[in-house]
Design a protein around this ligand. Structure first.
Ligand code: B12
Length: 268
């Protein structure tokens, strides 16, 4: 069996439902990300996994990706298991897992691996799960001989751009500073404009507007990952905040920002 197939099987056997791979290139590295020090020396290939997250439209004041168990943990565990299997097969080589807090531009590696197309909202769009999938990867110094795929772009229907309430998405690209998702996680006091935006969005974490406007997200398949479907909590409240801070995608940000957002929403 070719090494490429053996490696991809390790991901599938670890419960990662969709996977692929591409060549490693220096230009995939996001400048200034601390975890870059974990990259293996002489990296050659990237194994990429997708972790679909749609569990049905169950949300109250949290964006869809944060109503489930923290994907950093869930995907992280699956990637760790895959790395153990890979290490058994290829003991001479290094396998380093990353998810989100990654020096790798994850949308770019998923595109290069042929796992979907690039949406105007900057997200990877897949056939089955729309863009409602997280991305994680394993970087290795083993040359698995992947051929890179050409990037396919979406149909450019313009619905995500038209729907973005702040103009963060526009014909000229994306401006992070005025993205609602960005300031839902920004530390400190929000400006009056940001506060009003957060209030009208009604979410204490994230934003789903450009995601839900995309026609490819009209009927995504429910995730096959049971750790996500078994643990849904659509609402963050003053009462459950301590419990949710233990295993939600927003846990890394700390309670202060979440409490600030809740109090902004309460003032409605
Ligand atoms: C910082 C960050 C944010 C910031 C800034 C986002 C930004 N676009 O700059 C904020 C907080 C705003 C954010 C919001 C969201 N994020 Co975010 N974010 C990240 C993070 C950690 C880094 C992104 C980054 O800086 N990339 C580097 C820059 C250079 O890349 P870029 O500008 O996006 O462009 C790259 C690709 O899009 C691609 N590309 C773009 N155009 C083109 C054109 C061509 C021709 C080609 C070949 C490639 C290409 O190549 C570029 C260079 O590598 C990634 C995880 C990661 N490590 O990648 C998650 C990540 C991108 N985010 C993710 C998600 C889910 C979201 C939200 C949907 C969450 C939410 N519901 O609120 C929103 C969506 C907002 C939006 N429309 O972008 C997912 C995306 C999954 C997917 N299916 O695509 C990721 C991959 C996390 C994960 N592990 O799953 N995010």
């Amino acid at each position: 069996m070719p090494q490429k197939k053996m490696a991809l099987d390790c991901l599938l056997q670890s419960g990662i439902p969709v996977c692929g791979g591409c060549r490693f290139e220096e230009k995939l590295i996001i400048p200034g990300v601390r975890s870059a020090s974990r990259l293996p020396q002489n990296a050659k290939s990237v194994l990429v996994g997708l972790f679909p997250y749609y569990v049905g439209a169950k949300k109250a004041n949290l964006s869809l990706y944060s109503v489930i168990a923290d994907y950093h943990d869930v995907a992280g565990r699956m990637l760790d298991t895959a790395c153990e299997k890979l290490k058994e097969l290829f003991p001479q080589h290094s396998f380093v897992p990353f998810v989100d807090a990654s020096p790798i531009a994850e949308v770019a590696v998923a595109l290069k691996s042929g796992l979907g197309k690039l949406g105007r909202n900057g997200q990877l769009i897949t056939e089955k799960y729309g863009s409602m999938t997280f991305i994680g990867e394993i970087v290795t110094d083993l040359d698995l001989g992947f051929d890179d795929c050409e990037t396919e772009q979406c149909e450019n229907c313009g619905k995500c751009i038209a729907a973005c309430p702040t103009g963060a998405l526009s014909e000229s690209g994306f401006c992070k500073d005025i993205c609602r998702s960005h300031f839902s996680q920004k530390k400190g006091e929000l400006t009056e404009w940001e506060t009003n935006q957060l209030k009208s969005g009604g979410l204490a974490w994230g934003c789903d507007i450009c995601t839900l406007a995309c026609p490819h997200n009209a009927s995504p398949e429910i995730t096959p990952i049971t750790e996500f479907t078994a643990d849904i909590q659509p609402e963050l409240t003053e009462k459950n905040i301590e419990i949710l801070m233990k295993n939600r995608a927003f846990a890394w940000r700390g309670e202060k920002v979440l409490r600030r957002n809740l109090s902004i929403l309460k003032d409605k």
